[in-house]
Write a protein that binds this ligand. Structure first.
Ligand SMILES: Cc1cc2nc3c(=O)[nH]c(=O)nc-3n(C[C@H](O)[C@H](O)[C@H](O)COP(=O)(O)O)c2cc1C
Length: 407
């Protein structure tokens, strides 16, 4: 790793506004008021998204946030629990005065967009973020907002079927409406996922107090769902300015989003779980990881994974082709660096086929048993064991070429 990781530049240009880091504190309990937003800004977030402002303030059930594993949450928290005027007169101006880049989250209906977006802009918001429960509400809300404000508008999309049938197509339409009206429109994806159910085994009740205990899932558990949607949006049009939200828990997670082309990275649950100070650590970790990978700024890495994910370069059958008898056409070439192996044996334990053995310093894979699944290298915490898919081959060739394989 370069010793000069401090010189890595993690600032980003986001819809015409410079952010000190790509981390955007997404709408949630940490942005309940100016105090929370200012604390986040001081810990290095590039922008803060207000708790969603609606005409009538929320009265939340007791209880409304619960934990799910170490890095995920369930919640049935509603929108902002203070009136719009409080946001216009106190929270937004106070956060702006302290230097925050403020994104005013406005939901969830056309009527509310019509009432709230202009005073939010007048209060000093840098962006409006529209959020709706259903896909069909988003486009009229966007049109009404374009008619009322000059600042850029972010459309926050959800993956929750059936209310949201096709977030990628919705993103396309939002961008098209922006272009047709010559107004800067950006995308944020995704909202928390659900409804889901989690039971508290000590009370035999739900983890949060909603009808049937149904809740919204956020944090690490949802990252792959969001990643797929963000990838598809950015593959459709690399010029879209967006931030990807869902399950960012460490620097590598943020890099995943940036590498599929997002400009910013939303963060909510892990900052609730670990405290907002965790963002400062994430920023240092991001700089270190970028330095290790040879990047000095975010523009250099943005979108770098998109071409590698295209079907033409993949060895895997696409979803839907899996039932076909597709011959394995690549094998894994393993590399083992004994000097960084910590002998944790995770690579051995994870092998479903008992193909791998580690008699340190000798790392072995039995090619007769190995199915090239990649789990062993994927679980290695230090990257002592890595793998890369190489040249086309058939299983028959592999058996003929069988040798107890030293990596
Ligand atoms: C307790 C809680 C409250 C939330 N409230 C809002 C909200 O008011 N408006 C909104 O757009 N998103 C809200 N969200 C969703 C987050 O902004 C974010 O989209 C989601 O949690 C995924 O990010 P994460 O995995 O980093 O938590 C909330 C999430 C949580 C956990």
């Amino acid at each position: 790793m370069s010793k000069n990781f401090e010189n890595v530049d993690v600032s980003v240009e986001f819809g015409g506004v410079k952010l000190q880091s790509p981390f955007i504190l997404s709408s949630g309990p940490l942005t309940y008021a100016a105090e929370g937003m200012i604390k986040a800004h001081k810990n290095g977030v590039g922008a803060v998204v207000t708790k969603t402002i609606r005409i009538n303030r929320a009265i939340n059930p007791v209880t409304h946030i619960g934990t799910m594993n170490a890095d995920s949450l369930v919640n049935c928290e509603k929108w902002a629990d203070s009136d719009p005027e409080v946001w216009f007169n106190r929270e937004i101006p106070m956060a702006k005065k302290a230097g925050c880049v403020v994104i005013a989250s406005v939901g969830h209906t056309l009527e509310e967009a019509e009432a709230i977006v202009a005073p939010a802009e007048a209060a000093g918001a840098d962006f409006i973020e529209l959020v709706s429960y259903t896909e069909i509400d988003m486009l009229p809300m966007l049109e009404a907002t374009i008619a009322r404000v000059k600042i850029p508008i972010i459309c926050k999309l959800s993956s929750n079927y059936p209310a949201w049938k096709d977030p990628v197509e919705c993103a396309r339409k939002c961008i098209e409406i922006g272009k047709a009206n010559n107004h800067k429109v950006m995308i944020a994806a995704i909202d928390s996922v659900g409804p889901v159910l989690a039971i508290d085994v000590y009370t035999q009740g739900p983890k949060v107090s909603s009808e049937n205990g149904y809740a919204w899932l956020s944090g690490g558990a949802i990252r792959p769902i969001s990643m797929k949607i963000n990838y598809e949006i950015m593959k459709m049009d690399r010029n879209i300015i967006s931030y990807g939200i869902g399950g960012v828990t460490k620097a590598e997670d943020a890099l995943e989003y940036l590498m599929v082309g997002t400009t910013g990275v939303g963060i909510c649950s892990i900052a609730i779980i670990k405290g907002i100070e965790y963002i400062s650590k994430l920023i240092v970790d991001l700089k270190k990881k970028m330095s290790e990978l040879g990047y000095s700024n975010i523009a250099e890495l943005r979108g770098s994974a998109i071409d590698n994910l295209s079907k033409e370069t993949s060895n895997e059958p696409t979803v839907g082709e899996q039932e076909k008898d597709v011959e394995s056409d690549a094998k894994l070439q393993f590399t083992f660096k004994e000097e960084i192996c910590i002998k944790c044996n995770k690579c051995v334990k994870i092998c479903s086929y008992d193909a791998r053995t580690l008699k340190f310093p000798e790392m072995r894979v039995d090619r007769d048993l190995c199915r090239n699944c990649g789990a062993c290298s994927s679980v290695c915490p230090t990257r002592a064991l890595t793998s890369v898919a190489v040249k086309k081959f058939t299983r028959t060739d592999d058996l003929q070429n069988y040798v107890a394989y030293f990596s």
